[in-house]
Design a protein around this ligand. Sequence first.
Ligand SMILES: *[C@@H]1O[C@H](CO)[C@@H](O)[C@H](O)[C@H]1NC(C)=O
Ligand SMILES: *[C@@H]1O[C@H](CO)[C@@H](O)[C@H](O)[C@H]1NC(C)=O
Ligand SMILES: *[C@@H]1O[C@H](CO)[C@@H](O)[C@H](O)[C@H]1NC(C)=O
Ligand SMILES: *[C@@H]1O[C@H](CO)[C@@H](O)[C@H](O)[C@H]1NC(C)=O
Ligand SMILES: *[C@@H]1O[C@H](CO)[C@@H](O)[C@H](O)[C@H]1NC(C)=O
Ligand SMILES: *[C@@H]1O[C@H](CO)[C@@H](O)[C@H](O)[C@H]1NC(C)=O
Ligand SMILES: *[C@@H]1O[C@H](CO)[C@@H](O)[C@H](O)[C@H]1NC(C)=O
Ligand SMILES: *[C@@H]1O[C@H](CO)[C@@H](O)[C@H](O)[C@H]1NC(C)=O
Ligand SMILES: *[C@@H]1O[C@H](CO)[C@@H](O)[C@H](O)[C@H]1NC(C)=O
Ligand SMILES: *[C@@H]1O[C@H](CO)[C@@H](O)[C@H](O)[C@H]1NC(C)=O
Length: 468
Amino acid sequence: MLRLFALLLVFDAVCVLAQGQSIPNTWPQDYPGKPSGDFSPEWQNYFEVKDPLPNVTVPLTRSFAGSIPVNRAGHPNDTLFFWAFEKQNGSLTVPANKTNLEPWVIWLQGGPGSSGMLGFTEENGPLRIQPDSSFVANNFSWNVLADTFWIDQPVGTGWSTADSTGYVADEDQTGEDFLGFLSNVVKVFPSLATRPLYLTGESYAGTYIPYITKHIFSTPNPPVKLRKIAIGDGSLGSLATIRELPTLNIIETNPQLINYDPDVFNYFKEQEHLCGFDLNLTYPQTGGNFPTLLIQSGSSQSSAESLLLESESRYAGLSWKGRIAKKFLEKQTEGSVPLERRHQKREEWKRDLSGRPNGTIDPFYGCDLFDEMVDYALNFSFPWTNGGFDVYDIPDGTNPEPPANARPFFNDDRTRAAIHAPTSKNWSSSFSYPFGNVHNRSAGLPSNQHGDPSVEYVRQLVFRAPQS
Ligand SMILES: *[C@@H]1O[C@H](CO)[C@@H](O)[C@H](O)[C@H]1NC(C)=O
Ligand SMILES: *[C@@H]1O[C@H](CO)[C@@H](O)[C@H](O)[C@H]1NC(C)=O
Ligand SMILES: *[C@@H]1O[C@H](CO)[C@@H](O)[C@H](O)[C@H]1NC(C)=O
Ligand SMILES: *[C@@H]1O[C@H](CO)[C@@H](O)[C@H](O)[C@H]1NC(C)=O
Ligand SMILES: *[C@@H]1O[C@H](CO)[C@@H](O)[C@H](O)[C@H]1NC(C)=O
Ligand SMILES: *[C@@H]1O[C@H](CO)[C@@H](O)[C@H](O)[C@H]1NC(C)=O
Ligand SMILES: *[C@@H]1O[C@H](CO)[C@@H](O)[C@H](O)[C@H]1NC(C)=O
Ligand SMILES: *[C@@H]1O[C@H](CO)[C@@H](O)[C@H](O)[C@H]1NC(C)=O
Ligand SMILES: *[C@@H]1O[C@H](CO)[C@@H](O)[C@H](O)[C@H]1NC(C)=O
Ligand SMILES: *[C@@H]1O[C@H](CO)[C@@H](O)[C@H](O)[C@H]1NC(C)=O
């Protein structure tokens, strides 16, 4: 049983490309010493990263990198790019051995269209990029625990390549491509065919990973033994789902938001249950599905909803951080409410929960638990910590994220050659992914309108209870 664990989603920043922009045509690069013929352990020597990397002085374990095709018919230039670090020298290249139960890990970025090299250099890889584009060691790199692959996918993302008609149309194709890639990877590193695989990622990988899992589970003899999946700040289902479902997780992680008050916690927990957000995931799924969170239009709109729609348009164009910051500033300018009165209100609210709905969904907030949580924090936690309440810490632990730019590193010819990266393109951390080979995004649309046809596509956020 897998309790849904998702923190608040922060969409990876993507460069907005106007509609009509041409679709890149890219292909992998052959470097000297490339073996001929099918993939085999002979390729390990070719993929091994042997040349010195610019700016890298920290000791690293052995690593392997390069392009591997996804085996899609008619698209030989469709490849995924991997950079794999061993836990210990030799741990990845051991011969196949069914009693080797050392796990191995795959890390995927989100976007859609963000490179796994972003996580590699900024999050969980052995090299941590600094604001001046130099590197320090990350002693907490995931390859300390297991052989770890950082992968660029779907085809065309980061260092991965695709011909201009070869981008994925949807998530089922993403899953199929990934299986094709894996079937080649296990020929290069045969021990991986039987070792337990932990498939992990963040953000939009929350969409990729379930589809990849679906394809592994529906393939009679899959190339790998998938053991666990893990998704951080995952983007699953609709935007409304992403925003609302993790509210209780946010409170559990940041209980200062509700002043560590168990009654208030239980109140939110009940609301979560009434809204159907406390979903347990199983395979196959037996305990119900994600609630369908849709904006209801037409005359049935409640006044609370109109009010919130209005507030929605007031905050239009702002990120969730921006929205919270704006609300926060508005509260700060409410200087007329003295501190004692705020404390008093908080005590009233806390003590007299009978005034709150019990057993029913709050008629004002509906299932917009995220907004209710933010309002609670702004109403009652602020200025509880005397201005120390940092809106950017809900719940972003790396505040502020250091500005980092790995482009000089990846696009340096020495790096490119050392990691066997393509020369037909330059690396960028993110691009607007052209699902179905079209840039389905015109200027001015929110970043969620990425054109992936496989997921529930909801422009507006939810403000009402789910309809059964
Ligand atoms: C592991 O391999 C790397 C790269 O070849 C090398 O620099 C390092 O010294 C090796 N480490 C050990 C412990 O052998
Ligand atoms: C693949 O890339 C090569 C360049 O290396 C190019 O000549 C060839 O036409 C491409 N194939 C397809 C199907 O796009
Ligand atoms: C297989 O792996 C296990 C565990 O790592 C090891 O004890 C055993 O010696 C290996 N067997 C062979 C034939 O390499
Ligand atoms: C990482 O570990 C090395 C060796 O133990 C140590 O010198 C270095 O200070 C550590 N770096 C950080 C950021 O903790
Ligand atoms: C989810 O599973 C946990 C642990 O088994 C259980 O306590 C909880 O009641 C379940 N939630 C739902 C909604 O079934
Ligand atoms: C809700 O109702 C239950 C059962 O009637 C009661 O035990 C609980 O105290 C009530 N909670 C609130 C917040 O009124
Ligand atoms: C926050 O305060 C406003 C009034 O300023 C009130 O309408 C709203 O219900 C409060 N929300 C919460 C969650 O406390
Ligand atoms: C190396 O680091 C310096 C800063 O120390 C930076 O200016 C430069 O762009 C980096 N070069 C590469 C190739 O990463
Ligand atoms: C990569 O960037 C360099 C420098 O900006 C540029 O000259 C080159 O044309 C680019 N290559 C490709 C394939 O876009
Ligand atoms: C763009 O995406 C929307 C929503 O998925 C879809 O209705 C529309 O047909 C797409 N346009 C193109 C040109 O693919």
